[in-house]
Write a protein that binds this ligand. Structure first.
Ligand code: KG4
Length: 361
């Protein structure tokens, strides 16, 4: 039999995140107040491979997650039995990385008899915008402030959602191949820049000329909200090869690398911004909320804020990449309504929606 839990009003939720290469736990009160938040990034472990190795990520999550939960609880003077509910990221992510957090959350929920919520990381990336923003969150309780467009951009995702309210969102477009973060990472590697590629390209682009290379803007004018970034990767590869051939040099000069980085960043930001604004117009969105690692990009921020005529929200850079505070905050809305996922049903790629249904992503 599944344990039934009632609605919880004033609550402290423990969030657990291990979807990719960040091991994180946090306790958030009432959907916005961060009592404690720890993120342990494995970026250095994966840098030499130029991308995340799932097996390495999972092994390190397993070693780190319990000590991190202990630190988080100690920091806010709580123990597991005084937590009201547990939220865990169940999708999207790397299967064996997700499993580390999911099995930990399930075990804690079972042993301490706590309600559990299987949260879609993409929804929580948008929610990162409301953390520590009590007044803004209060304003958003009013349904007339919606719909919003969520643009979620990370190493594995590029997606647009139409959000009618907290927990009530619909996918309206996504990448048909690579995510924009993947394009940043792989093109950076091609240019000899370090991993992760997004911040490296951004830094190099500061000294470059964004009009130096004429790179494609894939799917810019298609009558839908889908994206594609694999063609941009191929175009970048061809351009770099042709530069090498012309100069008879293996590596591009530092100034050409800066120009190339600026041109790539501009092409990616232009496509993301154009499609997001088109979606906002079509659905008469009241605002746009951006989330995910690529949301840290300064050129994306500048372009979207400059071109949008509705308010645009970006989380603080710390909450753009995976973290557990966004999950614990996002789960508040579900717990308030008494929507929980039985631990027996909690597994990778399945999450709870606001109607209490289990969905697959
Ligand atoms: O959200 P995240 O941690 O998700 C995944 O692990 O997938 O995002 C990581 C991605 C990487 O592709 C990284 O290159 C990109 O976010 N990123 C950036 C920036 N900071 C991180 N991309 C562009 N500009 C940045 N400043």
């Amino acid at each position: 039999m599944y344990q039934k839990f009632g609605k919880i009003k004033d609550m402290k939720i423990l969030g657990i995140e291990t979807a990719v290469d960040e091991t994180a736990a946090a306790v958030v009160e009432d959907g916005y107040k961060i009592l404690s938040d720890v993120i342990s990034s494995q970026t250095n472990l994966h840098a030499k491979y130029g991308g995340v190795v799932p097996e390495v990520a999972a092994r390190n999550h397993i070693a780190r997650i319990i000590p991190i939960i202990r630190v988080v609880l100690k920091e806010c003077g709580l123990d597991v039995s005084s937590i009201d509910a547990i939220a865990v990221a169940t999708t999207p992510g790397l299967l064996i990385a997700l499993l580390a957090g999911i099995e930990t959350a399930k075990t804690l929920a079972f042993v301490f008899n706590k309600p559990l919520m299987a949260i879609n990381d993409l929804e929580s990336h948008a929610y990162a915008n409301w953390l520590e923003k009590k007044d803004l969150l209060a304003r958003l309780q009013d349904k007339s402030q919606w719909p919003l467009i969520y643009l979620i951009v990370s190493g594995g995702t590029t997606a647009l959602f139409l959000a009618h309210y907290f927990g009530d969102y619909k996918l309206i477009g996504q990448t048909r191949d690579d995510a924009c973060g993947e394009a940043f990472d792989k093109i950076a590697k091609l240019l000899g820049l370090p991993y992760p590629g997004g911040p490296a390209i951004q830094k190099s682009a500061e000294e470059g000329d964004a009009s130096a290379f004429d790179l494609p803007r894939p799917m810019l004018n298609t009558p839908n909200f889908d994206f594609s970034f694999s063609g941009l990767k191929t175009a970048a590869f061809r351009e770099v090869k042709s530069c090498q051939k012309k100069t008879q040099q293996k590596n591009l000069s530092p100034s050409r690398i800066n120009d190339f980085a600026a041109s790539v960043q501009e092409a990616i930001a232009d496509v993301l911004v154009t499609k997001t604004l088109r979606a906002a117009k079509k659905y008469q969105a009241k605002a746009i909320a951006v989330g995910g690692g690529v949301a840290a990009n300064t050129r994306l921020r500048e372009l979207l804020l400059g071109r949008s005529n509705v308010p645009v929200f970006f989380p603080p850079v710390k909450f753009c990449t995976d973290n557990a505070a966004m999950l614990a905050g996002c789960a508040h809305y579900y717990a308030k309504k008494g929507i929980f996922t039985p631990w027996q049903k909690t597994k990778p790629f399945f999450y709870t929606n606001i109607k209490g249904k289990t969905c697959e992503f």
